[in-house]
Design a protein around this ligand. Sequence first.
Ligand SMILES: NC(=O)c1ccc[n+]([C@@H]2O[C@H](COP(=O)([O-])OP(=O)(O)OC[C@H]3O[C@@H](n4cnc5c(N)ncnc54)[C@H](O)[C@@H]3O)[C@@H](O)[C@H]2O)c1
Length: 260
Amino acid sequence: MSGRVAGKSALITGAAGGLGQAMARMLAREGAKVAVTDLDLAGAEALAASINADHPGQAFAFRHDVTDEADWVRVVADAVAAMGGLSVLINNAGIGSQLVFAEHDTLENWRKVQAVNLESVMLGCKHAMPHLRASGAGSIINISSIAGLAAAPGMGAYNATKAAVWLYTKTVALEAAKAGGAVRANSVHPVFIRTPILNLFVDRAGGDEALAHEKLARGIPLKRIGEPDDVAYLVIYLASDESKFVTGSEFKIDGGMTAQ
Ligand SMILES: NC(=O)c1ccc[n+]([C@@H]2O[C@H](COP(=O)([O-])OP(=O)(O)OC[C@H]3O[C@@H](n4cnc5c(N)ncnc54)[C@H](O)[C@@H]3O)[C@@H](O)[C@H]2O)c1
């Protein structure tokens, strides 16, 4: 097997979604085995079947609720058994929050977003770490957002989770370095990328997807939203040994948005 991540074994959460699918396909194309996990088992299985059609035996699907610690224990054990180890963890599963100002937010909305976007990252790092260390060169890739580095009205719950993922990733990177340096951890911060998570904005544009995406693109210097592969290309770099001296860093993929 050749490729930039040949010999790697990657677990990707939320893999039935837009970004997860792109990452899984590119990782497999570049030689990695992939455990694709999601609440949506049918979606994960369809993705694994499609990857295996081109790269036989490289993809394995699991049902996984990232907010549930017992699920993490089961899925990590099953993924390690299926792939023969674990060298890359991609904490990708996430949800948008209702667009609501703080004074109107509910504790229920707040806690749900914290559980899916943030607590999941702690659980993933915790349960994958021994296997990542055993692999000799582990990489944790936490998918945060540009919304973890800059705030926006109505996005309090989402902003808070993604900002926490940004700093928590650095804590994990430092701890892993202190423990011997076999595991690296970095965060990825995309701006708007064309996936179903943007449906919230499409709904607000009366269901007109092109109009919604055009409106989102207006604030981006490159005047377009991103494509899932724009993120997957960075993930390949962070998953591979090409990034072996890179840890505790944040990577923006934002068409110049935060340069303004
Ligand atoms: N698309 C963007 O514009 C954008 C920008 C910045 C950051 N992100 C982040 O990228 C990540 C992936 O988002 P996407 O754009 O692919 O969205 P998506 O909605 O296409 O995919 C998200 C996936 O997560 C899964 N999921 C939701 N709750 C889950 C749970 N409890 N357990 C397991 N899986 C669960 C969903 O089933 C879905 O398949 C998210 O963390 C998101 O916050 C996306």
